[in-house]
Design a protein around this ligand. Structure first.
Ligand SMILES: Nc1ncnc2c1ncn2[C@@H]1O[C@H](COP(=O)(O)OP(=O)(O)OP(=O)(O)O)[C@@H](O)[C@H]1O
Length: 643
């Protein structure tokens, strides 16, 4: 097995000849593939080779043109107006304004190509129907909705003033009308943005039992997608719309789509895409894997939250390639089957963890687009993420009656939500306050980009109409109201290769380098590593026989994929030859660039570092053996040895 790395064809790109080294030669750097997710869970992944014996490069020909893409139009129904369910719930007053939402078209992408643009967090309120257990307890409906923006509640005991809140949208979630309107008006436009290379987040917040999981469709059955009617819930509908959009895009772009799915349970991040065997063995996918290691990957390595120039990401989480909404839904279902849930007085299937389902797109302009007669402008690389988040519900012990394990889970849930509230508070406190306490919990660290960072964000505040929960509902509505003042800084992720290298170089130039040696070692001789937490920079420290190395983590640039390849020998055919092919057994989302003496020259190591990245047309696609061989012969560095 080896790590196969090459670069994608980009317009005007030249093979990296690495001329005129000013700094150290190839013997003074190491590149290691990080955050590797295995495509083969059952067999251990073994990686061979350092710089000298493994890299292979595949440079695809072609210098073609392609056009700007457009997200596919999404048909939606009109918003709910002036109607309430006989069965339900909140009273709905006639709409103050009517907006046509019949067709959602993508926003012209040119508007967003340059710097960051401010984007306020949007908030929708979703009111679920009254449930039987609430009616039986004598609850009355205490919410009045005045679509599209207002919700009012009567005064609380002893008070005289009614409560009035204004949001981007308010929805009565009775039957499917609320779902249609929520999706069409607020979620579908976000999906369109994701297809244009912007990050987006949909976050469901609210009291326990208020309908977050239901509204998000987190537990939806994938078979819904085969039915005649539209699937219910934000996640299934977003996936369907996303893949419809991708189908259009694929005329001009190669797209790789990956899913990650984690839960935060008692401030511990767990991978929900681990296999049943791994679950049984208490296994978490490895935190990172190093190129050159010849050892079986360690088990039980945690998932770490890391930052790079593109924002926060989860290192060590399993990334699963998906090619359809059905694939993505199947993973959602698989993850949900191991999510921690429990019963209490307010919900017989209460989520005891926050879950974050993320779909990542990597889009690379095709060298030979299938569409014709379209303009030739448009970014070469785009990458984006859609986070779909179903938070655990805030809860009060007197309502839930939770005891024992469930009680302590409730405390942890509230703690995480409090930290989230503090972040929202800090972000909306006006100009004086500088510190935003993202680091107070894993939830807030993961949400750093979604709240105050590079993401277009929608919070769906879920509430019950029950008068028995009115006080708690007012709390939720206040929380959500505050979130509306958060201003994110949105930027299209259309960085080209040159820009990626330049920003990586500036990071590397800051690194201290303290040791010298003459060659490339088996990387497993270097490690244990430890993370040095320095303001804003992601620096790792490693030791080689008592000497110090410093490394910087670099994201795999847009449009690239980094794979660990295993050579597959096939049965001899009638020619008598046994052909071989390379198959991806693991992929990495970042690599670590190790340095140990002097600063690299611009023409030196970083370009070569990127040479190590393997672009595949589609994740996990086989790489023909001949191509790997040919690339090795043209690009491989001479072997170097340790002193
Ligand atoms: N729009 C809706 N129509 C009908 N029933 C609903 C709706 N929304 C929620 N429910 C019902 O309300 C109950 C609680 O919903 P759900 O589990 O989604 O709440 P939750 O906010 O995710 O709770 P928790 O935080 O405890 O996990 C479920 O029985 C669900 O079926």
């Amino acid at each position: 097995m080896g790590v196969c790395c090459s670069r994608p064809p980009i317009e005007g790109d030249q093979p990296q000849a690495l001329p005129g080294r000013e700094g150290p030669g190839p013997d003074k750097t190491l590149h290691t593939a990080d955050s590797i997710s295995s495509n083969k869970s059952s067999s251990p992944i073994r990686v061979k080779a350092g710089l000298s014996d493994s890299p292979s490069f595949k440079v695809q020909p072609g210098n073609g043109r392609s056009s700007l893409f457009k997200a596919s139009p999404v048909k939606t129904t009109s918003p709910v107006k002036g109607q309430s369910s006989p069965k339900r719930s909140a009273k709905v007053m006639p709409s103050e304004e009517s907006e046509s939402t019949d067709e959602i078209t993508s926003v012209p992408s040119e508007q967003f190509t340059a710097a960051f643009s401010p984007s306020a967090v949007k908030v929708a309120v979703a009111v679920r129907p009254m449930l039987e257990f609430e009616s039986l307890k004598g609850a009355t409906d205490c919410l009045k909705l005045k679509p599209p923006h207002l919700v009012t509640l009567p005064p609380l005991r002893g008070g005289t003033e009614e409560y009035r809140f204004e949001y981007d949208r308010v929805y009565d979630m009775v039957e499917t009308r609320g779902d249609d309107a929520l999706f069409g008006e607020l979620v579908a436009p976000l999906v369109a943005r994701v297809l244009q290379g912007f990050n987006a987040t949909v976050l469901a917040y609210g009291q326990t039992g208020s309908g977050k999981t239901y509204s998000m469709g987190s537990t939806a059955d994938p078979q819904q997608l085969n039915g005649r009617s539209k699937p219910y819930g934000v996640i299934p509908r977003a996936l369907v719309t996303l893949f419809e959009g991708l189908q259009q895009l694929q005329a001009d772009y190669d797209v790789a789509t990956k899913v990650t799915f984690v839960e935060i349970y008692q401030d511990d991040i767990r991978d929900l895409l681990r296999t049943p065997a791994e679950t049984a063995a208490g296994f978490q996918p490895q935190a990172r894997m190093v190129l050159g290691s010849t050892e079986t990957l360690p088990k039980e390595r945690g998932i770490n939250i890391r930052e790079n120039s593109e924002g926060t990401f989860l290192d060590g989480v399993r990334e699963m390639p998906v090619r359809s909404a059905m694939d993505a839904m199947t993973l959602l279902q698989r993850g949900n089957s191991i999510r921690v849930v429990g019963a209490h007085n307010m919900n017989e299937r209460s989520s005891r963890s926050h879950v974050i389902y993320t779909i990542q797109l990597n889009m690379r302009k095709k060298s030979q687009p299938r569409s014709s007669g379209r303009p030739t402008s448009g970014p070469a690389f785009l990458r984006s993420k859609l986070h779909l988040i179903d938070l655990a519900g805030s809860e009060r012990q007197k309502d839930t009656g939770a005891t024992g394990q469930s009680f302590s889970e409730g405390i942890q849930i509230n703690k995480g939500l409090l930290a989230l509230g503090n972040v929202i508070g800090a972000l909306t406190e006006g100009k004086g306050r500088k510190h935003v306490p993202y680091r107070d919990s894993k939830l807030t660290r993961i949400l750093q980009d979604s709240l105050g960072g590079n993401s277009e964000t929608l919070m769906v505040a879920c509430v019950t109409p029950s008068s028995l929960s009115q006080e708690h509902t007012i709390g939720t509505l206040r929380y959500a109201s505050r979130a509306r003042s958060i201003k994110n800084q949105l930027r299209r992720n259309d960085q080209d290769l040159k820009a990626a290298m330049t920003s990586a170089l500036s990071t590397i130039h800051l690194l201290p380098c303290t040791i010298q040696h003459n060659g490339v070692a088996n990387v497993n001789e270097y490690f244990l590593t430890s993370h040095i937490d320095q303001a804003g920079s992601n620096i790792l420290e490693a030791t080689l026989r008592g000497r110090q190395l410093y490394g910087a983590q670099l994201p795999v640039p847009p449009g690239y994929e980094c794979h660990v390849l295993e050579r597959q020998q096939q049965p001899p055919q009638h020619t008598g030859e046994a052909p071989a092919s390379w198959q991806s057994t693991a992929s990495a989302s970042s690599i670590t660039y190790w340095k140990h003496d002097i600063h690299p020259a611009k023409t030196d190591d970083i370009p070569r570092c990127y040479e190590w990245l393997k672009l595949s047309e589609q994740i996990a696609a086989d790489v023909p053996w001949q191509e790997v061989e040919a690339a090795v012969h043209t690009s491989q560095e001479p072997a170097a040895t340790l002193p």
